[in-house]
Design a binder for this molecule. Structure first.
Ligand SMILES: [Zn+2]
Length: 463
């Protein structure tokens, strides 16, 4: 028998995260006794999920040879510094834009971890004494030295006889789906799939033919509203301007903040909102991410001129004292600040000042998770607790629909139709159970595809 054939072992996949939930993306692929991870994300959201980040890693991180990273969002990249702390010493492959965003996001996450540990130390409410961060800013910076960047559509060898290629998928700057050839078996990992006909990112490009597909299902049970976010925003701003109010927009620093900035600068340019209204971006991290749009011009649809207009149209707030000074300013004005769900960050002191006045408007521009101030305000809370005090909410509260960076089920079906692929099995991940079940049904009914929803830690042979 041919010795190469006899040593061949079919690849195996094990779901170490984003199985039955949307965060913690980590898929372990074992091939010829070597191991690689596709994504290495943090569990986020409810406490019970966040605590999973502290579990002992189910295999020895030293035995993992490499990581393929689809994009920079923390639920896909945020466990990397921890894995290195635990002994991982392999290479981390991703696109250049993903690496650049990780340089911004991972140290920031380390900083937040340290802040939380300090908070627990002050409150004396941790099992650990002293309470420890999952990783520090220094750990995050060290992690960056393990990265190696690859171009979109460039095939590269990850471990012997296993090759990978990153394919453009929209979603955020640098995001990719990941195509893997392990011996004769072809597997695609969707990563987070972007929108169809988005104003900022191009459509995800079709996937090559595969034997297996691992697909996200964040909105597997939803069809996005067809409302035009720019029209909604225009209406909200003009109504608030009439009362000389302040428009306060909490937004995630990566992705959402840039979409909003683009919409606002286009509205101003076309005189759909007053040209004189000052606009502030109050987030140094969002500012750094916005600059990346200039550098990676081929990855989005915003023209050079529009990029320049976007920059000249905003005041970029750098320091904390500049941020605090915004509290003294009178409306009309527009302020974008993090965090997107009002869980922390500079938005909080602005909320204290502007939420009690009915002239002002709070614009919620994304999903507001249970237990967050954003959700409380969205559900009509008359007051919210900030820094230990109750702050009345008398401002108008509006939610902008249709701003998601994730494809809904019909867009996923559209993408797979364009790909014209016939995998033996589709693993449906990265979704709440009802979203994953709904996508499974759509895949079966509309594409005759065999969908399967893996549980956390389940392992399968891909033959
Ligand atoms: Zn994402």
């Amino acid at each position: 028998m041919d010795p190469v054939i006899s040593s061949y072992q079919a690849p195996r996949i094990r779901f170490l995260g984003a199985a039955g939930t949307v965060t913690g993306s980590k898929y372990l692929l074992t091939f010829n006794q070597r191991k690689i991870l596709i994504d290495c994300g943090l569990f986020q959201g409810l406490k019970e999920l966040r605590l999973k980040n502290w579990d002992r890693f189910p295999i020895d991180p030293k035995t993992i040879d490499a990581i393929l990273l689809t994009h920079a969002h923390i639920d896909h990249s945020g466990y990397i510094p921890r894995l290195i702390k635990e002994g991982f010493r392999g290479k981390i492959f991703c696109t250049q834009a993903t690496f650049d965003l990780c340089k911004i996001l991972l140290p920031d996450t380390g900083h937040l971890q340290q802040e939380e540990a300090d908070y627990l130390a002050r409150k004396k409410i941790s099992k650990h004494n002293p309470p420890l961060p999952l990783f520090t800013v220094e750990d995050a910076k060290e992690a960056l030295s393990y990265f190696e960047t690859k171009n979109f559509d460039e095939e590269f060898e990850v471990i012997p006889e296993l090759f990978s290629t990153f394919k453009y998928v929209g979603h955020i700057l640098g995001a990719a789906s990941c195509f893997v050839k392990a011996g004769p078996i072809r597997i695609a990992f969707s990563g987070d799939v972007g929108r169809w006909n988005d104003l900022i990112f191009r459509n995800p490009i079709p996937l090559p033919q595969v034997d297996y597909l691992v697909i996200e299902s964040t909105y597997g049970n939803k069809k996005h509203d067809t409302s035009e976010p720019m029209m909604d925003l225009e209406k909200i701003i003009n109504e608030t301007v009439k009362c000389r109010g302040v428009i306060l927009i909490p937004a995630f620093a990566v992705g959402r903040a840039q979409s909003l900035m683009y919409f606002l600068s286009q509205l101003k340019k076309t005189n759909r909102i007053p040209n004189s209204i000052p606009m502030y971006l109050n987030s140094p991290m969002a500012t750094d991410v916005t600059k990346k749009f200039f550098e990676f011009k081929t990855l989005h649809k915003i023209s050079e001129l529009e990029c320049q207009e976007l920059f000249s149209g905003f005041h970029f707030i750098k320091t904390m004292s500049e941020s605090i000074a915004l509290n003294e300013k009178k409306g009309p004005m527009i302020i974008i600040a993090a965090s997107g769900m009002l869980t922390g960050g500079r938005i909080l002191h602005l909320l204290k000042t502007f939420a009690p006045d009915p002239k002002n408007t709070i614009v919620l521009a994304g999903f507001q998770a249970e237990g967050t101030r954003g959700r409380q305000i969205q559900e009509g809370a008359k007051e919210v607790k900030i820094h230990g005090n109750f702050v009345p909410v008398r401002a108008q509260v509006r939610t902008l629909e249709n701003l998601s960076a994730h494809a809904d089920y019909s867009e996923i079906i559209e993408w797979l139709k364009a790909s014209n692929i016939h995998p033996k099995k589709v693993f449906i991940t990265h979704g709440e159970p009802e979203a994953s079940f709904a996508l499974k049904k759509h895949l079966e009914e509309e594409l005759s595809l065999n969908g399967f929803i893996p549980r956390q830690d389940q392992e399968f042979t891909l033959d």
